[in-house]
Design a protein around this ligand. Structure first.
Ligand SMILES: Nc1ncnc2c1ncn2[C@@H]1O[C@H](COP(=O)(O)OP(=O)(O)OP(=O)(O)O)[C@@H](O)[C@H]1O
Ligand SMILES: Cc1ncc(CO)c(N)n1
Ligand SMILES: [Mg+2]
Length: 553
């Protein structure tokens, strides 16, 4: 066969959820075909099954250490399922200690690379990194005018975290006056935002919002000021401004030295998501989640002796699918009306768990937890899987009480644990960074521990006495307030809460309190849907309006 045929790689679209991603299959053409027929056959195959790959072109510098620059960009795009071509602007000698040397590529040759790729390869999005001189910015602007693309992501790389200069200070005006006006988004870190604004001090999240608004005046459609280097911040906050609204994007701060290249990776992931057709804010959120996950998986990597190590972009290849399967990302506002099922109550009223879940969602629950103490494991998994389908359909997160094994088996969105269940830190290790973890806490010390263990929220109570947990000591509204004020995590109040007293709980208006968790008041009733609707309207009436101008996500 090999002697009479030649192998040709040809794109094949698999019927998958990402139909725009092409895979290869082998096609055999007999050597006996005349050259003209071979050419015709090939072009026919190509026309019939032509697949457009989402394509990002990165225009950036090489990092010999492989953690940032071009190397980070290509790995990040690959991890996001996007093709990445590269125009190299400079070659750096770099490692975990710092930058030992920079060798700029001649501007004329950068132009030649741009021309080669843009004239031929249907680029969707251009992402820029290190642009060492004003001349390079000019060459790039000219090329983009000749070959317009769908979106331009500008990461105005100026100084590495090690303090080494990567682009001449004279590029500042090129960025501000020429490139920013063409950009769909610019992504400065704190130092870069400060340099762009003539040395403005950036020390708080509100300074970051002011900076984002000022940089927006230079002409980009959107600005993301990155807060990776915000000292004293317990979470990783970035500020996004779209010309109208400022959004604070909060993520967990991963405790690791392996953060070299986070900025390059973030910008590349934004570009990759845009090339797949995502709207801008969704692209930014997906990119931030990717960086956080990658840092989490790379915490223990030891590479190099310097202060900042690289991280592993391709962690997804090594992770079990349940750890990285796209689920619903936790939003603190999901805690608003938190329904906790109780199998005893459901059987008392003659309804199945799936009926109960469907009804509570129709009534307006914003998150559901399955709390099941009696069912056999196999039946529990089957029921939980059916509940997951309902929740997915309505985009409502589903958590499992205590049973990590059941959560893994049905790919639930997360797990809620109590003080005598598995420690949240262990749950996190088993579920991975993308899943939601809640911990029941009565005290400030427990809330602090939950935060250190990597939980996403705490359930605080029992606020009032309840028949669901008879021997439970109650902490009252005062106890709730104390824990909320000290907690670094969002809080949902639990214990004896229903239509009659929910307004007392939300009415405390205390920081971090995001909603109420309810069992009997929804499920020990004839109409779950009706009770949920009524509770929801009580809660909505109590909800104070979001502070003006700033939406906290
Ligand atoms: N320790 C961390 N844990 C979680 N997210 C982080 C951490 N450090 C940075 N990030 C996130 O990574 C992204 C890049 O931010 P950062 O401010 O570090 O950019 P940068 O300084 O340009 O990066 P670099 O120069 O190292 O490539 C932001 O979304 C930021 O919130
Ligand atoms: C080549 C290169 N680009 C960007 C950065 C910023 O992280 C870096 N350190 N090196
Ligand atoms: Mg940094």
């Amino acid at each position: 066969m090999a002697s009479s045929s030649s192998l040709i790689l040809q794109p094949l679209v698999l019927p998958s959820t990402t139909p725009r991603i092409a895979f290869s299959r082998l096609v055999f053409l007999p050597r006996s075909l005349s050259p003209r027929l071979r050419a015709v056959s090939l072009s026919t195959i190509a026309m019939a099954e032509r697949t457009k790959l989402p394509h990002v072109l990165t225009v950036a510098g090489s990092d010999s250490g492989g953690g940032a620059g071009i190397q980070a960009d290509i790995k990040a795009c690959g991890a996001m399922g996007v093709y990445c071509s590269s125009v190299i602007t400079a070659v750096t000698a770099q490692n975990t200690v710092g930058v030992q040397g920079v060798h700029p590529v001649p501007e004329a040759f950068i132009e030649e690379q741009l021309n080669s790729v843009l004239s031929d390869m249907e680029v969707d999005v251009v992402k820029t990194g290190m642009l060492p001189s004003p001349g390079v910015i000019k060459v790039l602007c000219d090329s983009l005018k000749r070959f317009p693309v769908k979106a331009l992501v500008v990461d105005p790389v100026m100084v590495s975290t090690s303090g080494d200069t990567l682009s001449a200070p004279s590029t500042l005006s090129g960025y501000r006056d020429d490139l920013f006006g063409m950009a769909d988004i610019v992504t400065p870190n704190l130092k870069e935002a400060s340099a762009l604004l003539g040395g403005m001090q950036l020390q708080t999240v509100s300074d970051m919002s002011l900076a984002a608004k000022s940089i927006h005046k230079f002409g980009p459609k959107n600005v993301l000021v990155k807060g990776g280097d915000l000292s004293g911040s317990s979470d990783a906050v970035d500020v996004f401004f779209d010309g109208e609204t400022c959004y604070e994007l909060h993520g967990s701060r991963v405790q690791t030295r392996n953060t070299h290249g986070t900025g390059c990776t973030l910008a590349s992931c934004i570009a990759a998501e845009l090339s797949k057709g995502s709207p801008m804010l969704e692209a930014v959120k997906a990119a931030k989640a990717f960086v956080e996950n990658a840092l989490h998986y790379s915490k223990s990597i030891e590479l190099g002796s310097g202060p900042q190590g690289p991280f592993d972009h391709l962690f997804r290849l090594k992770s079990p699918p349940y750890n990285v399967a796209p689920g619903l990302k936790f939003q603190p506002d999901d805690l608003f009306l938190y329904a906790v099922t109780d199998s005893g109550m459901n059987s008392k009223w003659g309804r199945s768990m799936t009926d109960a879940v469907e009804a509570v969602i129709k009534g307006g629950a914003t998150i559901v937890q399955l709390r099941e103490k009696q069912m056999e494991t196999r039946e529990f998994i089957e029921t939980a899987t059916a509940c997951m389908e309902i929740c997915r359909l309505h985009k409502i997160p589903l958590l499992i009480n205590d049973r990590v094994d059941v959560a893994l088996a049905c790919n639930a969105d997360g797990v809620h644990v109590g003080q005598s269940d598995m420690q949240a830190r262990t749950v996190r290790a088993l579920l991975g960074p993308g899943k939601i973890i809640g911990v029941s806490c009565k005290t400030i010390a427990q809330a602090e521990q939950a935060w250190m263990d990597g939980a996403d929220y705490i359930g605080c109570g029992g606020v009032f006495p309840t028949s669901t947990k008879k021997d439970n000591t109650t902490i009252g509204l005062e106890g709730l307030k104390e824990v909320c004020l000290a907690s670094k995590l969002p809080v949902v109040a639990i214990g004896g809460i229903g239509i009659g007293n929910a307004n007392l709980v939300l009415g405390t208006g205390v920081k971090n309190l995001k909603g109420v968790a309810v069992v009997s008041a929804l499920f020990d009733r004839e109409s779950v849907e009706g009770e949920t609707k009524e509770l929801r309207s009580v809660l909505e009436r109590m909800l104070s309006s979001v502070s003006e101008g700033t939406v906290v996500l």
